[in-house]
Each structure stands twice: as structure tokens, then as C-alpha cells.
Design a protein around this ligand. Structure first.
Ligand code: GDP
Length: 531
């Protein structure tokens, strides 16, 4: 083949996209890093904009009562900015662990992730969970070890912990020169130069660079710290693998950068790693074929639905990742699941929480589509082709509640409300034999939000009672006979999810293990793909 089948202009635009998310345990510094990245991209003018959004939520950006009361974010948004002739899409994920289900789905829509580690704390619970999700798609990970200006743990110890716990090889790219009060900067192993750090001073350029690790100026300026640095670097060169692009792209190795987000130190290196190493939008699998990002026909999928983004409109926005082709306002697309056409007018893009009407978008870009219930998580839109994208998972909930009505006459409304909230992904809904509704969540706050929304949007007063369920497993059967036998024997433990798929609801881990042992031909799945 001598000619590329892809329109060259589209190919060029796609190659310039970088779509990523930041993953971190709460408090590691995700908000701070987001804000600094946006500053570099010029998307926000004032330092503190994202922060202000985070702390002063009561002002205008707040769209939910519960969120107001708690002062936390239950939503993730998308920020697009330009950097070094590239278009960068940063998908924000809610930091609060109660909303990790949303976070998980956002991670299916990115091509890379930046993992922020608090250098004093190391690998934390939420980091482990998020990395597991990244691993499902072998998403390339860039690591930022943050807060080096504090009294922190030994860098070698931190790397060993990342490798042991997260099972990913670390390739240090920068290395700290001193730490805590004596944090003086980082040595860039690939560029053989020291970038110096001045506390409290935001670094916006590469002005303070000392070339060469043997540079005598290092001895003059940092007599207490430079010896250790040279020893460390010798050790790294002997013990750590060098950075390998292929290993990184396969999700096997992570380049590691040290810095201090709040001082804007080390942030630019992260951006450069994203531009230079992180992949452009990748080909994506559908049930029938792989879609290349520069194919001319428009395709993509919904990975998140957000309600009440604007209290004046009471609307829902479906967040849609473009996988191929080019978006243009007013275009007609096919809603594959529903089997009908729809018009994409006035799709939105998001710049630091401001809505902007989207003019043009290619693979990797995220558009927001006004949704009145027609779109669900996992839905594919195309320019006519009948394909469905794979890989947007439901995870088995960890908490369960039985829904009961105060007013039994409202059961129709309850059913409708839960069905819609379930489709939106706010909560998982299971129906038991006899029609009882069971709710499953990853975090307890999801129940409160659903209760509030049932009240506000569906005028239903529901009580959620503790349910004696430990975990759920989606089932698949090798044949009809096994299915019927299983259903007969396990009727009490069976339910259906909102799409009608059979689910086993285990009372305990032990209960699950016993049942699995007894039914070796039945497969128990801890995740299920949408659609
Ligand atoms: P998030 O919960 O992950 O979004 O974390 P934030 O960005 O809100 O940061 C949590 C806390 O750590 C805040 O008080 C920040 O000011 C602080 N912080 C963030 N980066 C640094 C850093 O580089 N050094 C120090 N000392 N504190 C930091």
C-alpha cells in the first residue's frame, strides 16, 4: 500500500490530540496539579481558579444540594487547552472516594493517565484501585511524586513501593536534589541537567538550569546535597531500567518525575512527557471491528452522564468521546442502540468549567450532548454504521440498600426514577424476585444523592434500608439446562440489573466462594460492560 486511506488533515489533527486524566488518592495534589497544568496551557489566567472552585462551591458552580452541603465535587468535567501546538484534553475525575464509579468510567475515555503520589504517604488505597482500572486497558501512566518540599520518604523506598504494590516498573526521569526544607531541585536523567527549585517561587521557564551532573557549580551551590544526588544517580543507572517508550505505551513501565505541584515545580516536565511520549488517540474495539481514529466517518461513545449541571435548565449532559471522524455542529448521526437518527446540534466543550459551544472535534476530543434520556452510558453514535464500542465497565458495587417507599402508591414513580438514575450511572439498580428494588453503590454518598434526586425530580420519598448483601456477580451460563437448574436452586439470591442481565447477590465472600465451587460451569463476573 502506498497511500494512506486516511484524510491527511484529519490524521494530522488526531496526532495532535492528547487525552488524559489525573489519578490520585484524595489530598495527594490532583486539584493543584490540574490548576498548574491549565496555567501552562493558558486556559485559566489566575492561579487559584480551580482551587476557588473547589472551596467556594457555594457560589454559582454548585448544582446539587448535597454537593453544597458537603462541599465536595460529585461530578467530573473536561478541560481542553492548547500546549506546544497540541490540543490537550484533561478529564477531571471526582476526588472523593465515594464517587469512584464515575472515575472508573472516565478512565475508559482517556489514552493516558498521570498518577500523583504524595511523597510523604506513598501508594494509598485509592491509587491502587484506580491503577487496577487503568490496567484493564493497559493505559500508559506517567508518575508525579508530589510534595517534595515537605519531609517525605526516601525516593528509592517510594519507587520500590510503587513497583511492589502497583506492579509497574519505575523508570525515574527526574531525581530530587535534597528534600523537605533542603529540596533544591531535580536532576533530569535524560537531559543531564539540574533544574533548581526556589521555594514559594513559581517556575514558569527553564531559566535556572545547571548543565551536567559533574558541574562544579552544583558543588558550590549545593554542597550538602549534591554528594547524595551523585550517589543516587549512580545507583539508578545500575539498578533502574532506562525509560523505554514501548514499555510505557504498553502500560508496563512508568516514567517517574519528582516535584512540588503547589510551587509549580516539575509540572512542565509532566506536560512535556504528555506531549512527547503519551499516545495520540488510539484505535478502539467495537463488537465487530477495530475503529481507527483517522477514519473519516464519525464515531464515538458516551462514557458519563451528568445531571443538573445547570440548575436553571435541569438538563443532563452526556459526555461523549469521539473515536473517529470529525464532529461538526448540526450533523446527523445514528444512535445505534435505539436504531434511529439524531441531530447533534450545539454540543458543548468545556474550558475550566465554562461551557463553550463546540465548533470542531476529532478523535480524543470530548463533547457534551444535551440529553433528555435518550442516551445511556456505553451508547455508540456513528454516521450510519451498526457498531458498538466495547470496554465501558460496570463494577460490582460494594454497598447495597433495599429501597422502600413511604407512600406505597408511588411505586410506579420509584421504578421510573430508579430506572433512569440507573441508566445514567448514578447508582446500580437490581430487581429481585417479587419486584423489590435493590440499590448498589461504590460509595455511601451515592445513596444520599439518589434519595435527594428521587425527591426533587420524581417527587418520591424513598427509604433505603440496609440489605444483607456483600457483593454482586454477573452470571453467564454454558447452556440452558445449567441456567435453569441454577435459577431454581439459587432463586433467593438472584436478581436482574436494569438491562435484564442475571446477577448473583452474595451474602458474604464465603457464600460466593461456596456457590462458585458448587457451580464450576457457571461464570461469575465482577465487572460487566455497558450496552
Ligand atoms: P486533591 O485532593 O488531590 O485535589 O489535592 P489538592 O490539590 O487539593 O491538595 C491537597 C493539599 O496538599 C492542599 O492543602 C495543597 O495545598 C497541598 N499541596 C498540593 N501540592 C503540594 C506541594 O507540592 N507541596 C505542599 N507542601 N503541599 C501541597
Amino acid at each position: 500500500m502506498t497511500t494512506t486511506p486516511f484524510p491527511p488533515e484529519l490524521l494530522r489533527d488526531v496526532e495532535k490530540r492528547r487525552t488524559f486524566a489525573i489519578i490520585a488518592h484524595p489530598d495527594a495534589g490532583k486539584t493543584t496539579l490540574t490548576e498548574k497544568l491549565l496555567l501552562f496551557g493558558g486556559a485559566i489566567q489566575l492561579a487559584g481558579t480551580v482551587k476557588a472552585r473547589k472551596s467556594a462551591r457555594h457560589a454559582t458552580s454548585d448544582w446539587m444540594e448535597v454537593e453544597k452541603q458537603r462541599g465536595i465535587s460529585v461530578s467530573s468535567s473536561v478541560m481542553q487547552f492548547e500546549y506546544m501546538d497540541h490540543t490537550v484534553n484533561l478529564l477531571d475525575t471526582p476526588g472523593h472516594e465515594d464517587f469512584s464509579e464515575d472515575t472508573y468510567r472516565v478512565l475508559t475515555a482517556v489514552d493516558a493517565a498521570v498518577m500523583v503520589i504524595d511523597a510523604a504517604k506513598g501508594v494509598e488505597a485509592q491509587t491502587i484501585k484506580l491503577l487496577e482500572v487503568c490496567r484493564l486497558r493497559n493505559t500508559p501512566i506517567i508518575t508525579f511524586v508530589n510534595k517534595m518540599d515537605r519531609e517525605v520518604r526516601e525516593p528509592f523506598e517510594l519507587l520500590a513501593e510503587i513497583e511492589d504494590v502497583l506492579k509497574i516498573t519505575c523508570a525515574p526521569v527526574t531525581w530530587p536534589l535534597g528534600m523537605g526544607k533542603a529540596f533544591r531541585g531535580v536532576y533530569h536523567l535524560l537531559q543531564d541537567q539540574v533544574l533548581t527549585f526556589t521555594p514559594g517561587e513559581e517556575r514558569r521557564s527553564d531559566a535556572q538550569v545547571l548543565k551536567g551532573i559533574a558541574n562544579p557549580e552544583l558543588d558550590a551551590r549545593f554542597p550538602m546535597e549534591v554528594g547524595q544526588l551523585r550517589e543516587d544517580v549512580e545507583l539508578i543507572e545500575g539498578a533502574s531500567p532506562p525509560f523505554e517508550l514501548g514499555e510505557f505505551l504498553a502500560g508496563q513501565q512508568t516514567p517517574v518525575f519528582f516535584g512540588s505541584g503547589i510551587n509549580n515545580f516539575g509540572v512542565q516536565e509532566i506536560l512535556h512527557a504528555l506531549i512527547d511520549w503519551a499516545p495520540p488517540p488510539q484505535a478502539r474495539d467495537t463488537g465487530t471491528r477495530r475503529v481507527q481514529p483517522a477514519e473519516p466517518a464519525f464515531t464515538g461513545f458516551v462514557f458519563k452522564i451528568q445531571a443538573n449541571m445547570d440548575p436553571r435548565h435541569r438538563d443532563r449532559i452526556a459526555f461523549f468521546r469521539i473515536c473517529s471522524g470529525r464532529y461538526s455542529s448540526g450533523m446527523k448521526v445514528k444512535h445505534v442502540r435505539a436504531g434511529r437518527d439524531m441531530k447533534l446540534a450545539n454540543a458543548l466543550t468545556f474550558m475550566a468549567n465554562e461551557r463553550v459551544i463546540m465548533e470542531d472535534g476529532v478523535a480524543g476530543d470530548i463533547i457534551g450532548i444535551h440529553n433528555h434520556g435518550q442516551l445511556q452510558i456505553g451508547d455508540t453514535l456513528t454516521e450510519g454504521e451498526n457498531i458498538g464500542f466495547k470496554g465501558i465497565p460496570y463494577f460490582s458495587p460494594e454497598l447495597f440498600r433495599a429501597a422502600r417507599l413511604r407512600d406505597p402508591l408511588k411505586s410506579k414513580q420509584l421504578q421510573k426514577g430508579l430506572q433512569e438514575l440507573g441508566e445514567e450511572g448514578a447508582i446500580q439498580v437490581f430487581e429481585l424476585e417479587g419486584g423489590q428494588m435493590l440499590l448498589g453503590a461504590v460509595g455511601v454518598l451515592q445513596f444520599e444523592i439518589v434519595a435527594q434526586r428521587l425527591k426533587d425530580e420524581y417527587k418520591v420519598d424513598a427509604i433505603f434500608e440496609p440489605a444483607d448483601i456483600h457483593t454482586a456477580r454477573w452470571l453467564s451460563f454454558p447452556d440452558e439446562v445449567t441456567r435453569r437448574n441454577f435459577e431454581r436452586e439459587q432463586a433467593l439470591r438472584l436478581g436482574k440489573d436494569i438491562d435484564g442481565n442475571p446477577v448473583y447477590l452474595a451474602t458474604s465472600r464465603y457464600n460466593l466462594e461456596v456457590t462458585m465451587e458448587k457451580w464450576p460451569k457457571v461464570t461469575f463476573h465482577a465487572t460487566r460492560e455497558h450496552g
